[in-house]
Design a protein around this ligand. Sequence first.
Ligand code: ME8
Length: 488
Amino acid sequence: MITFKYYITTPLYYVNAKAHIGHAYTNIATDVLARWHRLKGEDVFFLTGTDEHGKKVETSAEKAKKDPQKFVDEISKKFKDVWKTLNISYGSFIRTTDSKHKKAVYEVLRRMQDRGDIYKGVYEGWYCTPCESYWTETQLKEDKCPSCGRSVEKLKEESYFFKLSKYQKPLLELYKNNPGFISPEHRKQEIINRVKEGLRDLSITRTSFDWGIKYPGDDKHIVYVWVDALTNYISALGFPDSNNYKKYWPADVHILGKEISWFHAVIWPAMLLSIGEKPPKKLFIHGWLTIDGKKMSKSVGNVIDPVEMSKKYSSDSLRYFLLREIPFGHDGDFSEKTLKEKINNELVADLGNLVNRTLTMTEKFKGKLEGKDELSKEFNLKKIEGFIDNYEFHHALDEIWNFIRAANRYINDKEPWKLEGKELANVLYNLLESLRIISILVSSFMPDTSIKMNKQLGVKTGSLKDCKFGKLSGKPKKGDLLFQKIKT
Ligand code: ME8
């Protein structure tokens, strides 16, 4: 049997502050995909990590009165702790301060130089430190950074340049020949339109700060943080000649937020074309979360801590909510009020209730649990798979919930409390088989819940091929309620 590989990545988060709900959103969505592909039996490489160089991190370390390396060590560890709380099943965590990463960056630069794609010049422009980006006068929006809206400062420095302009045509060809390269469609159009307007060569070194990878052969230059960070997607695999690199590259998908689409859709593939490596197969660009309708920011004081949320409501509830509430690829709003409503109306009333009712009746029943399939028509695995393959998590969950609701209706219709013997066995068999399958279907979204369900059902962890009737085994035993009703 051929085992397919699946290489999926998240962005590398800046370590200037701790992880917030926006970072959690990306990692949860990526985790769902990684887990889903494991359920399909694929060989998954799931990469996340931290972006640890640049002026922004250097300034944050200074403010904290810490040595930059010590500072990044601490924050990077905190990111790992958050991912543990949220059950993020990454297989590899790359830090841009890792020595294998630095080696890969040198190799990338060497190849770009060999190609004749790097030259020395002078850069003058408007610099946005939070975004670590230079902008031209015309790109500014009301004299502010067009990406984040914050103040910019004028800088002039000697710099090495990458001949990005040379790659305008090859990039447009890449987009044309690979229609699925950038999703969603409207994001792809934005990129194509901007690339058609023309590309300027990219300044790839800085001299205004120290904290970063030194440019080979010219120590006062530090490698631009984006050239450094983007290389993570191959350095983590051991680029250039490791077995992992050969096996997993090109990435099947990079998941990222909309504000960094330019770096991933233009600069990254141009770098790869320059060094003679394949571009990733796909970029999926998701939208931004607002908090109760407002932009999340430290100054407004509305930054949501995902760990606090998951301690309050469980990590599974948070995971479920984020993917059920917001169509992936669109902007969306995080509201604690809606989170509580979803927990009560969907997790407690539908799924929790179905498990509780079924296990309560099963515990009282002493006969053999057997019957004939009356419920499998209520779910369509192909449809669910199709939605997930299209990154439509909310539709996949809708479909799974239709099945859960159908099973609850089945109890109401059959009135098993009035039945006994074979008739009762048949109803219980159908419910237990449905729950076993539901547990598999929700496992990527809510891994803890699935484990708890399997324990109560007395079954082993299943995979997608077990999503059919006729596999019930083990001894069910009622446990604690899966979800607690929240006071609103
Ligand atoms: O940009 N809503 O790092 P970063 C949704 N180091 N997602 C959000 C979000 C929000 N409000 N805020 C952040 C960087 N994100 C670079 C990346 S990659 C080689 C280098 C998520 O710490 C989203 O995924 O600013 C966004 O793209 C990412 O965090 C930015 O994280």
